[in-house]
Design a protein around this ligand. Sequence first.
Ligand code: ADP
Length: 389
Amino acid sequence: MGDILVLNAGSSSVKFALFGADGSEITSGAAAEIGSEAASLRIGDTTLCPALPDHRAAMGAILAALAARGVQVSDLSAAAHRVVHGGPDLTRPSRVTPATLSRIAACSPLAPLHNPHNLAAIMAVAAVAPGLPQTVSFDTAFHATAPDEAQRYALPPEAETLGLRRYGFHGISYSGLVRDLPALSGRPLPRRLLACHLGNGASLCAIVDGCSVATTMGYSPLDGLTMGTRAGGIDGNAVLRLAGEVGIDRASRILNHESGLLGLSGIGSDMRALDASDAPEAAFAIRHFCYWTLRHAGSMISAMQGIDSIAFTGGIGENSANVRAYILRGLGWTGLSADMAANDRNALALHRDGSDVTAWVVPAREEATIAREARRVLVHSDPEEETDP
Ligand code: ADP
C-alpha cells in the first residue's frame, strides 16, 4: 500500500498531512486564505503564494507541491478526509461513493459551517485526481455507542425529527487516544477512562471499555465546557433572549466566536497569553475554564459509575501544567493522587505510585488516526462498491 494524504478542509483553508505505508508522517502543511488575494500554501517549512481562488485550485496546488517533492498522485493509496458531522447514520469510516456523498450532504443542515467545505474538498480531489480512492472519517462517529438517553434531548418528536440530538465531537481524537494510550502507558486500556480534549475547542468524554458512553458537546460543538471563543453550556432561554435582542446571526457570532476565554478575559482565547497575564480577568477566565471542566467531569464520572483513569490531550491538555494542576487537584476526591512535579514537567504519567486513579498526557494525533482508519477501509471495503463521485 502507498501513502495516505489526510485532508481537513475548512471554509478558506485545507490542512493536509502525508503518511507513509508504515504510518509515519512524511510532511504536512496547509492552504490558507483560499479565495482571497492573500492565499498561501505552506508545505513543511516552505511557504508559497499561488493563486487559490477555490478549493479545487488549492487541491491542485497541494498535489503539485507534493509532486515537486517527489510524491506523485500515483504514489498515493487514498485521500482521507476529516468530515465533521456524520449525523445519526454515518458512524464508521467509509470509502467515498455517490451514496456516502449524498449522505454527507444530507448532514449539512446539522453542520452548515463544516460539512459543505468537507464536500468541496472531496469534489476537488475527484476533479484534480480522478481515480484516486477517497475515504472519510467522521468526528461524531465515536459517540454512536452512547445510550439513547445520553444522546436524546428531552424534546418532543417535532424537534427530534429535525435531528436535534446530542452527537458529540472530537471523536477522531478520542478514538486515537483509546488506541494510543495502552502503547504509551505500557498498560491495558483503563476500563473507565475520563478523556479530556482541551484545545481551542474543548470537550470531555466518558469512555468505558474503549467506547464512548457520554460526552459534553451536543448538537453542535458549542455545548459543554468553556472554550477558547465558545460559551459552552448555556440555558436555551438565554439563547432565545439573546437572539431576540440582537438577531440570530449576531447571537451566533457572540456564542461561537466572542465568548469563552476571549469573552471572559477581554484579552484573547489563547491559554498561553492568559497563563502569562497578570490581569485579574485572565485569572478569572482560566478559573471559569477549570471550574466547568471539573463540574462536567463529575457528570462524566457518574455516567461511568466511577473512574479508573484520566487522560489529557489537545493543545491545553498537553501543555498547560497550570490548567491540569487545577483539574488534578479538583479530582482528588476520586482517589487520584497526583504527582505535581511530573505535571510541571508535562510528563506522560501524572499520578503517584499507588494512586487509585491513573492520569496521563496523550498527544492528539487526529491526522494519524484518519490515515490509519483509511488504511483499514481500503483493506476491508468491497472494491465493487468503489465509484468515483
Ligand atoms: P484546536 O482545538 O484548534 O485544534 P489546539 O488543540 O491546537 O486547538 O489547542 C490550542 C490551545 O492550546 C490554545 O488555547 C493554546 O493557547 C493552547 N496551548 C498551546 N500550547 C500551550 C502551552 N505551552 N501552554 C498553554 N497553552 C497552550
